[in-house]
Ligand binder design. Structure first.
Ligand SMILES: [Zn+2]
Length: 490
């Protein structure tokens, strides 16, 4: 029987007896430390390879990639999944992504071949045992608990492990990597994070020598990180002592140029970390560290020729452009890439990170005019995000200017003569915001250019599809808000 959390409803109708039996089996097998075969020793996986049916309990982690370079066609995310238990790491192969948030504790039943657990085989399934621990520094916002328990303030340490193999080399040198990651240059990863955290997060760290390993030959991030950590340890480094790891290799053999664990410590980069003059190269490393801090992608709500409809909003998960937000590091960053820039996180991600809090956040519940300071402004005494709730969703309103890392916005007036509005997707395990596009279908090309002019320009207005409120930006960053008494529309 199938024990799989594809949705809450399914969990309710699932036989409790089967769940109890599977959990009892999990406890018995996890107690043995290593995966153990069940009485029926051999099972064919979906690919026909014979393996052992195992049940293991451990920490579930989602691994997501970076967007493509500008000029590419729009890419789809290719997430990878992992189970960590007892110091071992297993790849998980699903037919459909489970309804479980990254860093939850789960029980997995599937067919083990090598270090891959095939959860598509008959009798396979996933059950959540415990939700992810809340982040210690997360502020009291309505964005929902962020994935993982990553601390997002103070000084964090980062170990970069450089791994090469015969016939393949890395472009970066250790001094170039030190400068790329931790240098005083405003374009370094550390400088970026210091600014966008309003001075609350600093990165320090170490870069290893080039260590020699074995080409995995295929997209196998779990094997690559196991190999890199073992090599680093053998050469006197202590990966366990660092808050985050970047594994830099000549080739990942994966669709994306970089990957990061959501709420976990591992990130992977394909031959990067050396070119501060390349906005895309900068974006890949900072984006993956964003995943490590617990962030999902910043999407675009794609409703065709309209900005939003109730039906489109209700089904945001299926109307999502994965990397849609052009002005968010966890989105596509294409306008930034073109100007050697890495754009800020949008306000909703800043809330998730806990960097935007207190008087910087204003929840609006009554009609009036509300001033907004630019999101990028340090030490602002005026709110930098307005939060408005409808019956079912939360909207986040921000004002952006060409300041600091966002200086490149001077070339994108649509991003500065406007307000940016995103909406959440309650009920999804993906906490990433959905940007709204107020000039939908302005560019029907294959890239992300349609999202460059997504913000709501001064003089226009927006009424949410539940008819709760109307917003109208005023030049200079104020927002006129009118609440309606008609209540939610059907
Ligand atoms: Zn990503």
């Amino acid at each position: 029987m199938l024990v799989q959390l594809t949705c809450g409803l399914r969990r309710l109708v699932m036989s409790w007896l089967v769940l109890v039996l599977v959990l009892a089996l999990a406890v018995a097998l996890v107690g043995l430390g290593a995966p153990a075969a069940t009485a029926a020793a051999a099972f064919p996986t979906a690919a026909g390879v014979v393996g052992r049916l195992v049940t293991l309990q451990g920490v579930y982690t989602e691994i997501h990639g970076a967007p493509a370079r500008p000029g590419s066609t729009v890419d789809t995310d290719t997430p990878l999944f992992e189970l960590s238990t007892g110091g071992r790491h297993y790849r998980l192969k699903f037919a459909h992504e489970p309804h479980v948030r990254s860093r939850a504790t789960i029980t997995v039943t599937g067919v083990l071949v090598g270090h891959t657990i095939d959860v598509t085989a008959p009798g396979s399934g996933v059950a959540q045992v415990a939700a992810p621990a809340p982040a210690p520094s997360s502020s009291a916002t309505s964005t929902g608990a962020a994935a993982g328990a990553a601390v997002r303030t103070g000084t964090k340490s980062l170990l970069t492990i450089n791994l090469t193999w015969p016939g393949a080399a890395l472009t970066a040198t250790a001094p170039a990597e030190q400068n790329f990651l931790f240098g005083a240059d405003r374009r370094s990863l550390a400088s970026y994070y210091r600014e966008v955290s309003y001075g609350q997060l600093s990165w320090t760290g170490t870069v290893t020598a080039n260590l020699t390993g074995t080409d995995p030959g295929s997209c196998d991030l779990t094997a690559l990180s196991d190999q890199a950590e073992a090599a680093a340890t053998a050469h006197g480094y202590t990966p366990a002592a660092y808050d985050a790891l970047i594994i830099n290799v000549p080739s990942l053999h994966c669709p994306s140029a970089g990957y990061g664990e959501i709420g976990g410590k591992h990130t992977w980069i394909q031959d990067g970390l050396w070119n501060l003059a390349d906005g895309y190269a900068r974006e890949v490393a900072t984006h993956e560290i964003g995943h490590s801090l617990g962030l999902y992608h910043s999407h675009g709500l794609e409703c065709g020729a309209v900005t939003v409809s109730l039906n489109c909003l209700t089904n945001a998960g299926t109307n999502s452009q994965e990397y849609g937000n052009a002005y968010d590091l966890m989105g596509n960053n294409w306008p930034g890439d073109a100007h050697d820039a890495v754009t800020w996180f949008s306000a909703q991600q800043e809330l998730t990170l806990g960097w935007l809090s207190g008087s910087q956040v204003r929840t609006v519940t009554t009609t009036g005019s509300y001033p907004l300071a630019p999101l990028e402004q340090a030490g602002a005494t005026t709110p930098q995000v307005l939060v408005l709730h409808s019956a079912t969703h939360s909207y986040y309103v921000e004002y952006r200017q060409a300041i600091g890392q966002d200086a490149f916005l001077s070339g994108y007036p649509a991003a500065t003569n406007s307000i940016h509005i995103s909406v959440n997707n309650p009920g999804s395990t993906d906490t990433g915001p959905y940007a709204l596009d107020f000039t939908p279908d302005s560019n029907l090309g294959p890239g992300y250019q349609d999202w460059y002019d997504a913000p709501l320009t001064d003089g226009r207005s927006f009424t949410d599809p539940e008819n709760t409120f109307t917003l109208a930006p005023v030049a200079g960053g104020s927002v006129a808000v009118t609440f309606h008494t008609t209540g939610p529309s059907s």
